[in-house]
Design a protein around this ligand. Structure first.
Ligand code: PXP
Length: 252
């Protein structure tokens, strides 16, 4: 059974566009929950461009399923996570000028500091997930820093499957094979396996077929659809597509 955590960062993006109090991330989380989401994901960025510290605190009080906090492995963020205690902390790289997370964390290059963050989070009872590119060396390094889970970055796959670009089918197949190989290796190493970034109603089906993947974190596409059809319907439709019942019928 694949779990879907709905990333509601962009509900906060709409709110922050006017520095006001609506739409409410708490209301969005409740609606996603009522529609069958397995959990809620938010990214507390160092620049606080969308989700704020108070949002994470409020969501911790409301989300009783699973709260996944995406964060940089900085001292500030580890302190906040150890205090608020989401179910999972997903360690991601951050670059101030980036539009969104640009790829996986380079665990190999920062093993000591990521191990330190991982140990502190685990000691506080927070499961540690690491967002990595589909790269075997990064996955093996994630196991060495005692992560519970890896989240495979699907942004390359999402670029290749963007209907406005014209990638070759063989490139898509090669990327799916890379994701699949890495997911299997992570499973062998005893890591739980999630996937996310750039997944949509149109492209999630093939990733959902990769067996060791048991969790998705999907945000922009769901919130974009929710703006037009409502949060509950948008979440239900994504769950429906992930389950494979209508794969392909919502678009090319
Ligand atoms: N997973 C991680 C680690 C992310 O940083 C993001 C973006 O915040 C997502 C998943 C969700 O990506 P998207 O909004 O493209 O679905």
């Amino acid at each position: 059974m694949i779990r879907l955590n709905v990333n509601i960062d962009h509900i906060a993006t709409i709110r922050e566009a006017r520095r006001t109090w609506e739409p409410s991330v708490v209301a969005a989380a409740v609606l996603a929950d009522m529609a069958g989401a397995s959990g809620i994901t938010v990214h507390l960025r160092s620049d606080r461009r969308h989700i704020q510290d108070e949002d994470v605190r409020l969501l911790r009080g409301v989300v009783k399923t699973h709260l996944n906090l995406e964060m940089a492995a900085t001292e500030e963020m580890v302190r906040i996570a150890c205090d608020i205690r989401p179910n999972t902390a997903t360690l991601v790289p951050e670059r101030p000028e980036e539009v969104t997370t640009e790829g996986g964390l380079d665990v190999l290059a920062h093993e000591a500091e990521i191990r330190r963050a991982s140990d502190q989070l685990s000691a506080a009872g927070v499961l540690v997930s690491i967002f990595v590119d589909p790269d075997l060396a990064q996955i093996e390094a994630s196991q060495r820093v005692a992560a519970h889970q890896i989240e495979i970055c699907t942004s390359r796959y999402s670029e290749l499957t963007d209907p406005t670009r014209s990638a070759e089918a063989s490139q898509v197949d090669a990327e799916l094979a890379r994701v699949s190989l890495c997911a299997s290796r992570a499973g062998e190493l005893g890591l739980a396996v999630a996937a996310g970034h750039g997944l949509t109603y149109r492209n999630v089906g093939a990733i959902a077929e990769i067996d060791p993947i048991e969790e998705f974190n999907i945000g922009h596409n769901i919130v974009a659809r929710a703006a037009l059809v409502g949060m509950e319907r948008a979440v239900q439709e994504m769950i429906f597509v992930i389950k494979g019942a209508i794969r392909g019928s919502l678009g090319s």
